[in-house]
Design a protein around this ligand. Structure first.
Ligand SMILES: *[C@@H]1O[C@H](CO)[C@@H](O)[C@H](O)[C@H]1NC(C)=O
Ligand SMILES: *[C@@H]1O[C@H](CO)[C@@H](O)[C@H](O)[C@H]1NC(C)=O
Ligand SMILES: *[C@@H]1O[C@H](CO)[C@@H](O)[C@H](O)[C@H]1NC(C)=O
Length: 501
């Protein structure tokens, strides 16, 4: 898959960049994406990154097509969802306009709430009942990674007794002040875990009627062995390895589905806010946790902006990170994506600069961590995350749950290659081949896609720029506030028994 020719090109560094641009110009001048150039036998999806139209970028156009008036926004919302927007939407609209937020593009949010609206049509009290149960669990005798809050008369307060806070709770208290003046009363359980919590696949053939009856005897407690067998047989989760053609499954290439370190989930459909989820196996409601805010201490932003010109970046894939995701048991770690990335780099020398740097996981049984570190060549020195700037290609790969680095990597000026099972609140805004290069969960297409980037340098750079533009102009802190506030309006309406429409 990886020809000797490109290996040599890679080694030639900046000289190679000229060659790549030249190759790319030849490619483009044919005006036919199906004409093969110097690329290898494999066929590649053609990039859909749009060429700038006039002086407008795709982001300019995205903003231009948003509703300009409240009436227009209400009409679009109603058409999209089959019901009018929730009470408070007029205030939200003003807030969104002031913050230069998107007005109409909230597909992820609407999708997340859809099953709850369906249940509300059968039983108007379902949402409220499940919120109350969730609050009871969150404030119960044992800490299960759920924090609870209440909004009363525009005052937002914590209602659980737990002291643990990696800064998230303190941030939420401040963030919600931006819009609490016009939020209705509600109660709110929020997950503190990186893992998803509501193990309900609403597309697996269960009926909504059946879902109304709570069955999980111990919701949000740790399952003893949620391993491959659990997901394949009980968990209603066989995750496709490819979204095209015949289905094979990614479960065996995924640390989370093989043996996650912590899976305190429920198999009843509780409403709970989470930072990410595997869709459709899980039905958490995604929201922009503080981790996604630039103003937050917890966000993985860079300490200075990209300072390496594209032409000076090495045409190599860069990744550094810890073993996170997957309880080590016997030799199962060899199947975890971060280990397979190291194996893949060794099988394709000269293409990837990747290394594991430590542990953030546990062992079930006996593990010789030292031997594993030697075998996989763990790196002990701690490289600054800005080292990614020196490389054209940046890898993003799942750990315990969603990889928190995606947004930061997209601002790095490098082209992001992303392999994930997880959906986050912004997933609809970042499109494969337009803003980043997707990689299958089993990583088998990674070398070919890297090869494509190396032989189509101009397109690679444009995709990197398009991704950077979306993150910098669309996914702002103000946009996060808009998303969060709309989640809470939808939530409050359902809790108050509305939302039948
Ligand atoms: C883009 O072009 C249009 C028409 O040529 C012009 O009116 C507008 O000011 C330009 N916008 C920017 C941001 O340059
Ligand atoms: C929202 O809250 C943050 C943190 O307090 C603040 O920096 C920001 O200006 C606020 N935004 C608005 C629109 O009030
Ligand atoms: C995944 O691994 C399990 C356990 O080793 C095995 O039984 C199963 O056949 C594998 N499934 C797939 C889809 O590869």
């Amino acid at each position: 898959m990886f020809s000797r020719r490109t290996y040599i090109v890679g080694l030639l560094g900046s000289l190679a960049v000229g060659t790549l641009i030249y190759a790319s110009l030849i490619y483009r001048s044919t005006l036919s994406p199906s004409v093969p150039d110097a690329a290898p036998e494999t066929s590649f999806p053609s990039p859909s990154v749009p060429a700038p139209r006039g002086n407008l970028t795709a982001v300019d156009e995205l903003f231009q097509r948003q509703s300009a008036t409240l009436d227009e926004a209400i009409a679009r919302y109603t058409l999209r969802n089959g019901r009018p927007p929730p009470p408070g939407y007029d205030r939200w609209f003003q807030f969104a306009q002031a913050g230069q937020c998107l007005i109409d593009d909230y597909d992820q949010l609407y999708d997340d709430f859809a099953p709850f609206h369906q249940l509300a049509r059968l039983d108007q009290g379902y949402f409220k009942r499940m919120v109350e149960r969730g609050i009871k669990i969150g404030t119960g005798p044992e800490y299960l990674g759920i924090r609870t809050f209440k909004m009363r008369n525009h005052q937002f307060d914590q209602t659980d007794p737990w002291p643990e806070d990696p800064g998230y709770v303190a941030d939420w208290m401040v963030t919600i002040r931006n819009f609490s003046a016009w939020l209705p009363d509600m109660d709110l359980p929020i997950s503190m875990r990186d893992e998803c919590r509501v193990q309900v696949n609403v597309h697996d053939g269960r009926t909504a009627q059946d879902m109304l009856v709570a069955k999980d005897p111990l919701p949000f407690t740790n399952r003893p062995h949620p391993t491959y067998t659990y997901y394949a047989e009980e968990g209603h989760c066989l995750y496709p390895n490819s979204d095209r053609g015949f289905v094979d499954y990614a479960n065996n290439y995924t640390a989370f589905l093989l043996y996650s370190t912590s899976q305190e989930f429920s198999t009843d459909l509780y409403p709970i806010l989470s930072q990410g989820k595997i869709s459709p196996c899980f039905s958490d409601i995604a929201f922009p946790s503080t981790y996604f805010y630039r103003r937050s201490q917890s966000s993985p932003k860079y300490s200075y902006p990209d300072n390496v010109a594209w032409a000076d970046k090495e045409p190599m894939l860069y990744w550094r990170g810890r073993v996170a995701g997957g309880m080590v048991y016997g030799e199962n770690y060899r199947s975890f994506p971060r280990f397979r990335l190291i194996d893949l780099a060794r099988a394709h020398p000269g293409m990837m600069n990747v290394a594991l740097t430590g542990w953030n996981t546990w062992c079930d049984g006996e593990c010789d961590f030292g031997a594993i570190e030697r075998e996989y060549g763990f790196e002990s020195n701690w490289a600054p995350q800005e080292d990614v700037y020196k490389h054209k290609y940046a890898m993003d790969i799942d750990g315990h749950g969603w990889s928190g680095r995606f947004l930061a990597l997209l601002t790095s000026g490098s082209l992001v290659f992303k392999s994930t099972l997880f959906t986050e609140y912004f997933s609809h805004w970042l499109r494969p081949f337009e803003h980043y290069i997707p990689v299958r969960p089993d990583l088998t297409d990674l070398p070919a896609r890297l090869e494509w980037a190396r032989t189509h340098d101009d397109e690679a750079r444009r995709i990197a720029q398009a991704g950077k533009e979306v993150v910098e102009r669309v996914i702002t802190d103000a946009q996060n506030d808009c998303y969060f506030a709309l989640v809470l309006l939808e939530w409050a309406r359902l809790q108050q028994g509305g939302g039948k429409g």
